[in-house]
Design a protein around this ligand. Structure first.
Ligand code: FAD
Length: 502
């Protein structure tokens, strides 16, 4: 007896997503869109096919493994990854997902954009959010080197970080978190001792993703005599291969098992200062904004995959003599998911346009505040939604949704990290307080809504303005207690305004 029509598979994560195509057409020059559209068709097919198969294998049987010693007993701290994983690395970076943000696309004779890169990330994370993570770490590494490294360091490392098959690829990594603090980065104690034109690092990093796979890591450490707290942290480039460092162990994680996350010990690792000493925290905070957008894009990927899996299952499965998709409550759930997904995708790609402006150096101080604000509220909202969507996808599949033969359990396991990575909800709420209390971000936000809404949604915007003014005048403790629910409502109103004007 055939209980389910096999209509579940998608064939191309890009071509079947008309909403994404519409957004890209709006936000790209015709020339770039023409190029990106062709490339994404190829990539979308590959991600829905072999990359998706490999992602399943990597999660179940082929997880990265630590090979701490070689056959002679020498400590090597290598990470083993399966052959398919290596193939995915090659196929993904060769598309220019990192490289073409910073260097010319040969066919066009000009650079790509973040919008294009994030579209690739959105497609990729529908199959493999755990693999999109190393890509985003490499993006952050490229950003830091491009903006703050001196010419010698750039010349030696940047072409490898931006590799698109033209030279050896060095994936990146960003190591901040130590045992005593992730959110509280100012508590970092890893020490940097100067030795002529370079440094040696001593100490350990407790969550170090892409350890063993990266060619270079960007690491925060404290030079001798530097002040305590975040102001005393400097940024270092640490080459991985042949350096004095070791992996103590790989974390045994709930999800995103494709990325090796390690505890790394520095035993005098050679390191190069990036930018000015003691400015490392500020550089990393800039890169963190980029990583938060990546996190939002990965969340969108999980939301989209959850929605499409739920839809296809409902179309193929019968209960009580009817297809699931014919029942009113099922239709209601699917409609709710589709609308929220489209709103969130539209809002995040709108936010990315402001980010493009900021990184091109064309932004006003108000734009910069707004950029940070939108990133904080949308990172929080999208991460929470990715969990809610993965939950709904499981529910739609009934018992099958809970079983690892289907992608749904992995979607939930992978989604669960997105609320922690790059700042938890509480830490993002503290960012809202900072932006409101120090820079008046609430009034800039309301101005943005009025401008984008062009006369519609007046009542909702007026009510939000009243609420934000009230919030801005409260004591800190009251603000902290209100901040997260306020952020949720800010995110939803921003999404409504953008969606209505599409
Ligand atoms: C799979 C995985 C991979 C990771 N990879 C990396 C990596 O590559 N590089 C890296 O640097 N880090 C990495 N991390 C670490 C991650 O960034 C941190 O876990 C995260 O920043 C939270 O820090 P923490 O774990 O120390 O939690 P804590 O900072 O101890 O927070 C615990 C809880 O307390 C809350 N909290 C903390 N301070 C406040 C406050 N002032 N007010 C209210 N609530 C507060 C937090 O919101 C959280 O809910 C990774 C983590 C995971 C799970």
């Amino acid at each position: 007896m055939k209980v389910l029509q096999e209509k579940i598979r998608q064939h191309n994560f890009y071509e079947e997503d008309e909403f994404l195509q519409k957004l890209l057409q709006q936000y790209m020059t015709p020339e770039l869109f023409h190029y990106a559209d062709q490339e994404l068709k190829t990539f979308g097919r590959r991600v829905a096919g072999p990359i998706d198969e490999r992602a399943k294998h990597t999660d179940r049987e082929g997880q990265p493994r630590l090979e701490r010693y070689d056959k002679f007993g020498e400590e090597v701290s290598k990470v083993w990854v399966n052959e398919g994983y290596k193939q995915t690395v090659k196929e993904t970076y060769d598309t220019g997902i990192v490289g073409y943000v910073h260097k010319d696309i040969p066919e066009l004779g000009k650079k790509g954009t973040y919008t294009y890169s994030f579209a690739q990330g959105y497609v990729l994370s529908q199959a493999e959010p755990g693999f999109y993570c190393p890509v985003t770490l490499t993006m952050a590494t490229a950003y830091l080197l491009d903006h703050y490294a001196d010419e010698d360091l750039k010349e030696a490392y940047l072409p490898h970080v931006l590799a698109t098959g033209d030279t050896e690829l060095y994936e990146g990594a960003t190591f901040l978190t130590e045992r005593q603090g992730g959110s509280d980065v100012g508590a970092n104690v890893v020490e940097a001792v100067q030795d002529g034109d370079h440094y040696h690092l001593y100490g350990e990093k407790y969550f170090a993703s892409n350890a063993g796979m990266c060619g270079v890591a960007m690491v925060l450490a404290r030079t001798e005599g530097a002040p305590e707290g975040s102001r005393g942290l400097s940024l270092f480039l640490v080459p991985w291969e042949g350096n004095n460092l070791r992996i103590r162990r790989l974390k045994d994680k709930l999800g995103v098992r494709a990325v090796p996350s390690a505890e790394v010990e520095f035993t005098g690792a050679k390191a190069y200062l990036v930018g000015e000493a003691d400015r490392g925290f500020y550089y990393m905070m800039e890169a963190l904004n980029l990583s938060r957008i990546c996190n939002a894009v990965a969340s969108l990927g999980i939301m989209r995959r959850s929605y499409t899996e739920a839809l296809h299952y409902a179309e193929g499965r019968n209960a009580f003599g009817r297809r699931l998709v014919d029942f009113p409550m099922i239709q209601q759930t699917l409609r709710k998911l589709r609308v929220k997904l489209e709103k969130e995708t539209a809002a995040i790609f709108d936010m990315i346009q402001l980010y493009e402006k900021v990184t091109e150096g064309e932004a006003t101080p108000e734009d910069e505040v707004l950029n940070r604000l939108l990133i904080a509220i949308m990172k929080k909202e999208s991460a929470e939604q990715s969990i809610a969507f993965a939950h709904e996808a499981i529910e739609m599949h009934g018992g099958n949704g809970y079983i690892e033969d289907f992608v749904t359990p992995r979607l939930l396991r992978d989604a669960q990290v997105l609320t922690v990575w790059e700042g938890t909800a509480n830490i993002l709420a503290l960012e809202l307080l900072r932006l409101v209390n120090k820079y008046g971000a609430h009034t800039i936000f309301i101005d943005l809504l009025r401008e984008k809404a062009e006369g519609s949604k007046q009542q909702e915007i007026d009510r939000m303005e009243e609420r934000l003014i009230y919030f801005a005048n409260r004591e800190q403790v009251e603000q902290e207690l209100e901040a997260k629910s306020l952020m949720k409502d800010m995110a939803c109103l921003y999404e409504d305004v953008i969606y209505e004007k599409l």
